[in-house]
Design a protein around this ligand. Structure first.
Ligand code: UDP
Ligand code: MG
Length: 327
């Protein structure tokens, strides 16, 4: 059975220095989305921008656009900005889009259509992304998904990002998750619900540059791994076992060689190579354990995920409460 069009549709747009893009995107979104729901709320989360992002939104509010502005007290990162948006959005349906205009509005309309056909989560999958990446990067990505897939029960689709539509039930489920490591892609997969994928080709950025270089992506992948799977820790144990068995065999061989054939243990080279190799393995394993310890350290501090500087009141007719910062 087809769902009615939503009473309130919230579009959450995390924005970090996106004034030039928002000037174009927001009026366009308003024009196209207005008849998709009885009421529309465009919620811009200003993630500590140093440009005119907030001013642009405020002037568009003056012009009568159905906008809400949520300002964080500093730059907390996209994941925290998304959480702030999801904690504040009052919609029966919440759509998450980038504020740089890279996510096609036509795909967003398709997402709403799929929601009306009964899906609770509709997520965008970037078409042909892996073909443009280097072999090294593709191998790392494959290892990452292999570890997540085999080390946890969640099914995290590759090439799917934050461009997605969520039913209110999913948003409420996400709000109950207490962890500080907001690896949203993993959290979206963790909560489950009936999901559907839509392929899309992102537009290129009109203004500004992407905030995510290779280093940021690597550190982001580490957050994802330590938050969603203990597999690397198990691999450390397996490696330890393997090295122990091998040294036992090697030790037995050395003793046999000496007693049966009278050969003395040969060479400084073997000794030096095995000591440095084992020192490397041990440091690597310590590093893996330290990553998990760091995750625990971040979690036990219980700091809020973000802090609000200010928030415009809910749309008239929307029944939501004021957000109060992350818990
Ligand atoms: N973003 C944010 N806080 C940040 C970095 C980025 O809210 O610290 C927003 C940014 O304004 C954009 C979205 O997250 O709307 C995606 O960022 P970006 O375009 O830099 O990433 P990419 O599209 O390259 O993955
Ligand atoms: Mg972008």
């Amino acid at each position: 059975m087809l769902r009615e069009r939503p009473g309130l549709l919230s579009v959450v747009l995390p924005a970090f220095n996106e004034a030039l893009n928002l000037v174009v995107l927001l009026p366009e979104l308003n024009r196209v989305m207005a008849d998709q729901a009885e009421q529309l709320e465009l919620l811009v989360v200003d993630d500590g921008s140093s440009d005119d992002t907030a001013l642009v939104v405020q002037s568009l509010i003056q012009q009568g656009l159905p906008l809400r502005l949520l300002r964080l007290s500093r730059n907390f990162g996209k994941e925290a900005a998304l959480c702030a948006g999801l904690d504040t959005a009052d919609g029966d349906v919440v759509l998450i889009m980038d504020a740089d205009g890279q996510h096609p509005i036509a795909t967003a309309l398709q997402m709403i259509d799929e929601w009306r056909h009964g899906f609770d989560v509709v997520y965008g999958v970037q078409k042909g992304r892996s073909e443009t990446q280097s072999l090294a990067r593709r191998s790392c990505t494959r290892l990452f998904y292999w570890l997540i897939h085999h080390g946890s029960r969640i099914n995290m689709p590759p090439n799917a990002g934050d461009f997605r539509l969520l039913d209110r039930r999913v948003v409420l489920a996400l709000r109950t998750l207490p962890e500080r490591a907001r690896y949203m892609k993993g959290l979206f997969a963790w909560v489950g619900f009936k999901a559907h994928a839509i392929e899309y080709v992102p537009h290129s950025r009109e203004h500004g540059v992407s905030s995510y270089g290779l280093l940021q992506l690597l550190s982001f992948a580490l957050v994802g791994l330590t938050a969603f799977t203990k597999m690397p820790l198990r691999l450390v144990s397996v490696l330890g076992l393997l090295v122990s068995v091998l040294s036992l065999v090697f030790g037995a061989w050395v003793v046999l060689e000496k007693t049966l054939f009278g050969q003395p243990v040969s060479g400084f080279t073997t000794l030096a190579a095995s000591i440095t190799f084992l020192a490397g393995v041990q440091l690597l394993c310590l590093g893996i354990i330290a990553e998990y310890l760091g995750r625990v350290f971040d979690e036990v501090k219980h700091r809020p995920i973000y802090l609000l500087q200010d928030l415009t009141p809910p749309m008239s007719g929307g029944g939501g409460e004021q957000g109060e910062g992350g818990t």
